[in-house]
Design a protein around this ligand. Structure first.
Ligand code: CMC
Length: 423
């Protein structure tokens, strides 16, 4: 095997094993040959929360957490945010290359053709309580879509998979907007397919009696940038969920409902909502030091800070911070940004955060922009889920074509009772 291998000595038996390295990693299954007796199950790796386990090979997104680098299909996130639209980025994630003009216009037209949802879906959504959380409505509605597209179960058919991906990318803003309108007691607004992806979403959110809703182009562009930044982030909790559920060959609507459920948690996509609540609770700059002290005592977390992978500034947070000014030029300055910047300043110079390499993540500034645009915190995670749809589907598609794919099924270390009898 030459140098591309690892030699492991089992001190229990004195035996040595040479395990091949591929791309610098061992296959966990190769550990199973390490046994004390023939009947022994063999060694496993114990890795709750998958801190050091690669569950797949992927060619979609690259992150260097130490250097604060994020690239989709090799393109730096900063360049995509500056030069591309969200739909171009979604195409890139799904197909591997940026589209030329013709491919983009075909893709855009295809997405536009599928923006409407069945009228019975509308009735389904009307059934939610007036105070239902928009993420709960989103998750349940994505799952409900499965019942409208029985052909989605043909997960081995690449054309069906592609059509379902287009459907999901097209319909998710419609469902998200309907959830928002329901919360506000407003009638649903049908999609306007002459508008861009984000401008149409804003139309479905905010159109009232005017014959045509035209979104402010600066705000539509800022939302588009935010969508690009949130489109993918390799094997995070929700994407891994998409892959795990998808590995059972469940249809993409059901797999994505599971992924969106994972996103809703406050340690994942739900953090943006928590950041705003935290800033509201802090209230003013003079209360920040006391708040930081309570974080350091372990009484609470500084939401929007820290990341499993980034041990440096999250590059998405940097772009969001820069986008904030263009939004505030239209909406007026959200004073919460001053509290956020002061929290960042204090935290980045405090030993607790420096030592643990805790920096602002994508969720730290996004909510402040969303709030300035007119969204309440309950909608923030929904705004995360809309663009992440393309990332989830890109991973689902990649997994569908991967010869290594099998149903996900981790092992456990059983520590419970041995056999005993019921008396
Ligand atoms: N505030 C205070 N302390 C923190 C924080 C925080 N936000 N994050 C991590 N720590 C501490 C943690 O207590 C631990 O300290 P010690 O070594 O003394 O026990 C140390 O830093 C390492 O943290 P960890 O919990 O082992 O790190 P993790 O990789 O398991 O968790 C995380 C990552 C993102 C869940 C965590 O940093 C966190 O809970 N952050 C706040 C929630 C948040 O902003 N989530 C959004 C993540 S980015 C977007 C997304 O994924 O959707």
């Amino acid at each position: 095997m030459g140098n591309e291998s690892l030699t492991i000595t089992d001190n229990r038996t004195g035996k040595s094993y040479e395990l091949p390295l591929k791309h610098g990693n061992i296959r966990a299954m190769d550990l199973r040959q390490i046994k004390t007796t023939e009947k022994d199950f063999g060694v496993m790796s114990y890795d709750p929360a998958f801190l050091n386990t690669a569950a797949c090979e992927s060619r979609i997104t690259f992150i260097d957490g130490d250097l604060g680098i994020l690239r989709y299909r090799g393109y730096p996130i900063e360049q995509l945010a500056a030069k591309c639209s969200y739909l171009e980025t979604a195409y890139l994630l799904l197909y591997g290359e940026l589209p030329d003009e013709k491919k983009l216009s075909d893709f855009t037209a295809r997405v536009a053709r599928h923006t409407f949802i069945h009228e019975n879906m509308k009735k389904f959504m009307e059934g939610f309580r007036y105070d239902a959380h928009p993420m709960s409505m989103l998750v349940s509605s994505i799952a409900a879509l499965s019942s409208f597209y029985p052909d989605a179960r043909e997960v081995h058919n690449p054309e069906v998979r592609e059509l379902m991906a287009i459907r999901l990318i097209a319909k998710i803003p419609t469902i998200a907007a309907y959830a928002f309108r329901h919360t506000n007691g407003l009638p649903f607004v049908y999609p306007d397919n002459e508008l861009s992806y984000t401008a149409n979403f804003m139309n479905m959110l905010w159109k009232m009696a005017e014959p045509k809703f035209l979104a402010n182009p600066v705000l539509a562009h800022a939302l588009d940038i935010l969508f690009i930044l949130h489109a993918d982030h390799e094997q995070n909790c929700s994407t891994s969920t998409m892959r795990v559920v998808g590995s059972s060959q469940a249809d993409p609507f059901l797999s994505m409902a599971a992924a969106a459920s994972a996103l809703s948690g406050p340690l994942h996509g739900g953090a943006n909502e928590e950041v705003l609540r935290m800033i509201d609770e802090i209230g003013s700059i003079e209360h920040i030091p006391a708040f930081i002290e309570s974080v350091k005592k372990g009484e609470r977390k500084l939401m929007g800070f820290g990341h499993r992978v980034y041990k440096n500034y999250d590059p998405r947070a940097q772009v969001i911070k820069e986008t904030a000014d263009s939004v505030f030029a239209v909406t007026g300055r959200n004073p919460k940004v001053d509290i956020a910047r002061e929290i960042e300043k204090i935290a980045l110079s405090d030993e607790y955060f420096v030592k643990r390499r805790l920096y602002p993540n994508v969720d730290f500034y996004s909510g402040i922009i969303y709030e300035a645009m007119g969204f309440r915190p309950e909608m923030f995670t929904v705004l995360f889920a809309i663009p992440r749809t393309s990332g989830w589907l890109a991973h689902w598609e990649e997994q569908s074509k991967d010869a290594d794919t099998k149903i996900s099924r981790p092992r456990q270390v059983y520590l419970g009772s041995g056999e005993r009898n019921v008396k």
